[in-house]
Design a protein around this ligand. Structure first.
Ligand code: C2E
Ligand code: CA
Ligand code: CA
Length: 950
């Protein structure tokens, strides 16, 4: 519902409420009015007005009263009618205009007295009025009869007759006077009306104005008048009422304002009312009703809208105004206006409006209470069913409340937590610590160990909130059992720091431990050894025997590695087939070497994987703190260098040697020396022959660079080639070698023998765009057949950037050179991939060839490589032939070419030429266009090498 709707609804409700109150108030008030229930109140109001609005009598009537004094003075009552006759005579004599005698003369007295009175009446000549009245009399049969009492006929003829009946209103007071009374079949004028003639009342039935003050009426004592002891001037021209005023006579009437008045006085007041036009009449009920309705309607708006205080003021205002109006009407008109219906209606309306308002407030209050209770219940539910433990703690650290989850976390009923000291639920020690924890955890989750009352602790996290509860500080503590999360985190941490395959620590963890070990060694003054291990031919095993076998081998290897180690040592897997051992707290370098050798010994055995028995060679590089590095990264690098040294030297274990480290000081100076060496021609090229396995005849050679350093002497090519690559010298170096090689080829051609020559290319050379151009130019320059030159690219060089390698290879192939994959088996290529390259030759790395004599599995690897290479149409060269046995095996396997120390070591050109002469050099046939040496022809799927001889 929109706000506008709400406003409209409220307005509608206000309107309805207004009509409701008006209708109800009017209905009740008018019903009361109609039923007469208000008349008592109304009469009281009228009486009040009488008291307020008094007026003197006109003075035109004199009352001759049969008062106590007269009764005392004259003999016993009833008096002789002679007296009355005498009184009439006196009054007439005094000039009274009319004499009304309110004395019962209906029954006979003595004949004499009656005659005397009749004479007096006759003398008054019609100026006397005698009373007639109706009386209720209990008849002999028990029935109530209305008796009409009139004076004796003999008097009646001489006087005028008027009714002196007075009938009380419902309240028993004589209020209303009727100017005419029913009389048998006719009616009869009342005595006051008769006296007042010719003035006539405005209404035949009216209310006597009791505001006319009866005490101001002229009253004469009967006895005084009888005796002539009165001021005749008071009588002259006036009307006289003669009647009993003494209480003993019983003619007392109950009246408003004055309580009891003698009958004659009441008649005088009625007379005065007529005379002064104060014959009062109540306003017609319909008029009163209409006025009530109008006033109510006018007041309804403010009464419903205004506050109850303003409403009450309005109410009083209306009451006063109504009262004043009625007072004014009373004062200036003969109208009696009933104000009670108006006032009652307004009061009721006010009361109803107030009631409704209170109702509405009550309802609103009730609704709010309900809503509060509901939201309370809701909040309670939320808190109770929260998955987080919620506990309130008083400022003296006592648990005030605990929800369900809190109970579950602590393993007891939540109600049993209440009343416990909070520090007993935590593993933080004393109250002071709890206080600090609570203060620190306001708004920030803090870890803490929870303590279960039933025993045991658990990792928890708590956040607290300070709350002011009735001026007292309380904590609302949100508590969470984080064991699961902690376990998860620990698992993640474990995974982050461990190798999944072997379960061994990974590189990150190892580095961390290395740092710790270094810190401890620094403090304790001892040494730390870091061993890096690399499985020599893992890649080949993985490729030929499958990953499952490879994985199992790695796991076995990891376990075997830990065997000879101490508890404090760490075995880690760094990835692939690389492992590391951290051995802290060593006495000296010898100690480190011992450990390395123990490890090597433990690994020097075949690993049984399923049916297979696998022999894996391992290279172990050892670096020692502080000798080979004082920081973890430095130590790691040294161990890495040492490992490559081991590989290069084919010794299982190598201790770091600064001389062999390309980044060592020596190597840095070598790097700069190399540039001049290329320029100054300090470098020479050695040639190593390659022979046909089947016949033993030399067919080709490999150009291998040699550097005789003025200071360091012989520097192994692997060492300075790496430096050349790092310094960029590799570019001029390679060009120089290529130039020398092609020149040498030309020389050999010139000397008349046909031989191929292989030149090694560094991976960096593959990035040179103009290499193929350089080669073509050389061929042109020396007019050498391009297919006599073979370019060797290592498998690793191809695999680091296969796309670029492919581009470079294609360019070179376009010059017509042959292409060989060097060190095949050490990289991560597959034969299937190499198939897509324009390769001509495959050189099986010596690390496969050399162990063939001892290990059958290596023979298997070499054999399958040879078979696959042949299937792809490639020539296979086996490197590292150090033994006759190698040649025998290679022959059996069907390998094409062999190169190695057993055949010939690399040597200078002169020595090479001599060797060639001794071993039958392949002569060049200057006439025939025969396939050249190194070219392969395929017949029946079997490769046949055709060598041209002289
Ligand atoms: P590589 O290309 O595998 O060269 C063969 C290496 O095996 C040579 O080592 C050679 O002396 C050695 N060798 C030959 N027969 C045997 C044997 O029966 N047993 C053993 N254990 N080794 C044998 P070298 O001359 O020390 O060359 C080492 C590496 O240096 C080469 O390995 C090649 O990668 C690189 N290299 C040599 N000369 C050049 C060059 O001119 N340019 C480039 N880019 N690299 C070169
Ligand atoms: Ca080579
Ligand atoms: Ca090689």
């Amino acid at each position: 519902m929109s706000v506008g709707d709400g406003g409209r609804d409220r307005a509608k409700w206000n309107q309805q409420r207004r009509w409701l109150t008006v209708l109800a108030a009017l209905a009740v008030s008018l019903a009361l009015y109609a039923s007469g229930a208000l008349s008592g109140l109304e009469r009281s109001l009228t009486d009040a007005r009488f008291r307020l609005l008094t007026r003197p009598p006109s003075g035109t009537v004199v009352i001759v009263e049969i008062d106590p004094k007269s009764l005392r003075s004259l003999d016993s009552w009833p008096w002789s009618r002679n007296r009355h006759a005498q009184l009439i005579d006196r009054l007439m004599a005094a000039g009274a205009s009319l004499v009304a005698i309110d004395i019962d003369l209906s029954s006979r007295s003595s004949e004499d007295a009656d005659a005397v009175l009749a004479d007096a009446l006759a003398r008054a000549r019609g100026r006397v009025v005698l009373p007639a009245f109706r009386q209720a009399q209990l008849g002999e049969d028990g029935r109530v009869d209305i008796v009409h009492t009139v004076p004796l006929p003999r008097f009646r003829r001489l006087v005028r007759i008027a009714s002196v009946n007075a009938s009380p209103s419902v309240d028993g007071l004589v209020r209303v006077h009727a100017a005419f009374h029913p009389w048998q079949t006719d009616e009869i004028t009342s005595m006051p009306a008769l006296l007042a003639e010719p003035a006539r009342p405005l209404f035949t039935e009216f209310e006597i104005d009791y505001g006319i003050r009866p005490e101001l009426l002229v009253r004469l004592s009967y006895v005084d008048v009888l005796r002539g002891e009165f001021d005749a001037g008071l009588i002259a021209g006036r009307k006289v009422i003669v009647g009993g005023t003494a209480v003993e006579l019983g003619d007392q009437l109950s009246t408003p304002v004055h309580y009891a008045l003698p009958g004659p006085i009441v008649q005088a007041l009625a007379y005065e009312s007529i005379l002064q036009e104060r014959t009062l009449k109540r306003a017609a009920p319909w008029l009163v009703s209409v006025i009530s309705i109008i006033v109510c309607l006018l007041a309804s708006g403010p009464l419903t809208r205004w506050s109850w205080r303003r409403g009450a003021i309005l109410l009083c205002g209306i009451a006063v105004a109504t009262g004043a109006t009625s007072l004014a009407l009373h004062a200036w008109t003969p109208m009696l206006f009933d104000v009670t219906p108006v006032i009652v209606a307004i009061v009721l309306q006010f009361v109803f409006a107030l009631g409704l308002r209170i109702d509405r407030l009550d309802m609103a209050l009730l609704l709010r209470t309900l809503r509060l209770r509901r939201s309370n219940a809701f909040m309670r539910n939320v808190v109770e069913h929260s998955s987080e433990g919620i506990i309130t703690v008083t400022n003296n650290f006592v648990v005030g409340y605990a929800n369900r989850a809190a109970g579950q976390i602590f393993g007891i009923d939540p109600s049993s937590l209440v009343g416990r000291r909070f520090e007993t639920l935590l593993d933080v020690g004393n109250t002071k610590n709890v206080e600090a924890l609570l203060a620190n955890s306001v708004g920030h989750p803090r870890p803490a160990d929870g303590r279960r009352p039933g025993g045991g602790t658990f990792p928890a996290e708590l956040t607290s909130n300070e709350m002011d509860v009735g001026g007292e500080l309380q904590y609302v503590v949100l508590l969470r059992d984080v064991s699961e999360r902690r376990a998860q985190e620990e698992l993640l941490e474990y995974l982050a720091l461990h190798d999944t395959l072997t379960g061994l620590p990974n590189r990150a963890l190892l580095m961390d431990r290395v740092e710790q070990a270094i810190a401890r060694a620094e403090r304790d003054g001892n040494r730390v050894a870091l061993l890096l291990l690399d499985l020599d031919r893992f890649k080949q095993i993985n490729d030929t025997l499958g990953h499952a076998v490879g994985d199992e081998l790695l796991a076995e290897f990891g376990q075997a590695l830990a065997g000879p180690l101490r508890r404090i040592d760490t075995v880690a897997r760094l990835g692939g087939d690389e492992f590391a051992v951290l051995a802290p707290s060593l006495n000296g370098p010898e100690h480190a070497r011992q450990i390395a050798e123990r490890v090597a010994a433990a690994l020097h055995r075949p690993f049984e994987i399923g049916e297979l028995s696998l022999d894996v060679g391992v290279s172990i590089g050892v670096a020692i703190y502080p000798d080979h590095g004082t920081e973890s990264s430095e130590l790691m690098r040294s161990a890495d260098v040492a490992m490559y040294m081991a590989k290069r030297e084919r010794s299982t274990v190598a201790l770091y040697d600064v001389e062999k480290d390309t980044n060592s000081v020596r190597n840095l100076s070598l790097g700069s020396d190399l540039r001049t060496a290329v320029r100054e021609r300090e470098l020479t090229i050695f040639y190593q022959p390659q022979v046909e396995v089947a016949t033993g005849r030399p067919v080709a050679a490999e150009a291998l660079i040699r550097w005789d350093h003025p200071r360091y002497g012989y520097v192994p090519p692997e060492e300075f080639i790496q430096l050349a690559e790092q310094t960029g010298v590799i570019r001029p170096l390679t060009r120089w070698i290529l130039g020398e090689a092609v020149r040498q080829l030309a020389e050999w051609q010139h000397a008349g023998f046909d031989i191929g020559l292989s030149v090694n290319l560094s991976p960096r050379n593959l990035h040179e765009d103009d290499l193929s151009r350089v080669v073509s130019e050389l061929f042109e320059m020396y007019s050498v057949r391009s297919d006599r030159l073979t370019i060797e690219i290592t498998e690793n060089a191809i695999m680091t950037d296969p796309a670029r390698a492919l581009d470079a290879i294609r360019d070179l192939k376009e010059c017509g050179v042959r292409l060989a994959i060097d060190d095949f088996g050490t990289g991560y290529s597959s034969l299937a991939y190499l198939k897509s390259l324009p390769v001509d030759e495959l050189k099986i790395d010596k690390s496969f060839v050399i162990p063939m004599i001892e290990s059958g599995s290596d023979t298997v690897i070499v054999r399958s490589t040879v078979d696959l290479a042949h299937a792809l149409g490639l020539t296979v060269v086996a490197e590292g032939v150090e033994d006759e046995a190698h040649l025998t095996i290679l022959h059996r396997i069907g390998c094409d070419l062999a190169q190695g120390f057993h055949i010939a070591e690399p040597c200078d050109p002169e020595t090479f030429a001599r060797w060639m002469d001794e071993n039958g050099r392949p002569e060049l046939d200057p006439t025939a266009e025969q396939p050249a040496a190194g070219e392969a022809a395929h017949a029946d799927g079997k490769e046949v090498r055709v060598l041209k001889r002289a």
